[in-house]
Design a protein around this ligand. Structure first.
Ligand code: FNR
Length: 345
């Protein structure tokens, strides 16, 4: 079975009509991806991880959690995934070099659906290493990375770009990417110097879509559920992707409408507990949710209480999930004991 076929089967068809969780550094760890999917996201991107770090990882089956973990050379957990998300997880990588990209991708490719290359990040930490948006001006490197991955990986490859300063330049790059045989391309409808508060250019995305035959995923300013369809219709893109809309309230993926933020935070903390997410990362994501609605909220009662949480148990207590937490830990402890001495059960 070729890679496109495999992806088509596991995503239940293709990218058509899909609502997608965008890659987000620190936000897009496993509990957020599971939360977005719980609410209806069809495809969920992980946060961008840098090839040099991924290259050093070893794969570990974590039986107690039911996850697959990738641990780096400093023994830090770099990436955690699980069977439940296997059919929809896109692993995004930051890279500037085909050899490193391949070494890194080979480590995770059997546990994810697609390897995606970030070609849009304008932040210094990316561009200083010639990664992210720097790649938009290096077509030879882009070609080298994408064709190397396509030739050697058992899974499909995609990429995510921003707009170049003229429609002709954007289209020329996009068509070159298409020739490299990627399965899809996401277009974030902003120019490199533009900040998130600047409106996204849906009209510019439609110009790219018109010149492409592979699936294009449109990205930018999806802030309510109806925007997914509006963005697809306005641009002609087959799929629509949201970052901040989901960061602030992941229930944006529900066609029945948004849930109260308290319930979303509770659901998020449940996923953090079940996946044993790092408390610092869990607190960061919850703070991002509450800051959108009230920039002073971190100085309020909830914000101060989050800051004081030292572990997932205290976070669970803050969100009325003490019983849930204790049940999960009890179950996990029993499982560990059974795994360690299988004959005792
Ligand atoms: C991002 N973005 C981003 N893009 C990417 O390709 N890789 C990444 O790791 C990140 N990280 C990231 C973190 C956070 C907190 C935000 C808000 C954004 C950009 C993101 O995927 C998206 O392209 C833009 O945010 C535009 O989409 P929205 O926010 O208008 O829906």
């Amino acid at each position: 079975m070729d890679t496109k076929e495999r992806f088509a089967i596991t995503t239940g068809g293709d990218y058509h009509g899909k609502n997608i969780l965008a890659p987000m550094v620190r936000v897009g760890t496993l509990p957020m991806r599971l939360l977005a999917a719980q609410y209806g996201a069809h495809i969920t991107y992980g946060e961008e991880l840098i090839d040099r770090r991924v290259m050093t990882c070893r794969r570990v089956e974590n039986n107690a959690l039911g996850t697959t973990d990738f641990i780096d050379k400093d023994q830090k957990l770099m990436f955690r995934t699980c069977e439940e998300e296997r059919t929809r997880i896109v692993f995004q990588m930051g890279t500037a070099d085909a050899v490193n990209a391949l070494k890194a991708a080979e480590i995770v490719c059997r546990d994810v659906q697609v390897i995606d290359i970030n070609m849009g990040c304008p932040k210094h930490f990316s561009t200083s290493g010639d990664m992210g948006a720097k790649l938009l001006h290096k077509p030879d490197t882009v070609w080298d990375i994408l064709t190397t991955l396509r030739r050697n990986l058992p899974c499909p490859v995609s990429c995510k770009i921003r707009l170049l300063d003229t429609p002709e330049k954007t289209l020329a790059l996009a068509q070159m990417i298409e020739r490299a045989d990627v399965i899809a391309m996401a277009v974030h409808g902003r120019y490199i110097p533009q900040r998130p508060r600047d409106p996204a250019h849906w009209d510019r995305i439609s110009e790219v879509v018109a010149g492409m035959s592979i699936p294009v995923i449109a990205n930018g300013d999806v802030f309510e559920h109806g925007d997914f369809e509006r963005l697809r219709n306005d641009t002609g893109a087959v799929a629509a992707m949201t970052a901040r809309g989901a960061q602030w309230n992941a229930s944006i993926f529900r066609h029945e409408g948004l849930l109260p933020l308290w319930q979303v935070k509770q659901d998020y903390v449940r996923h953090c507990i079940v996946t044993d997410n790092a408390v610092a990362n869990s607190k960061y994501v919850i703070k991002e949710m509450i800051m959108k609605h009230d920039t002073h909220s971190l100085e309020g009662v909830e914000g101060k209480a989050i800051n004081k949480c030292k572990d997932l148990h205290s976070l669970a207590q803050l969100y009325d999930l003490d019983d849930f937490y204790c049940d999960v830990i009890k179950h996990r402890t029993r499982k560990r004991a059974a795994d360690e001495s299988p004959n005792a059960a």
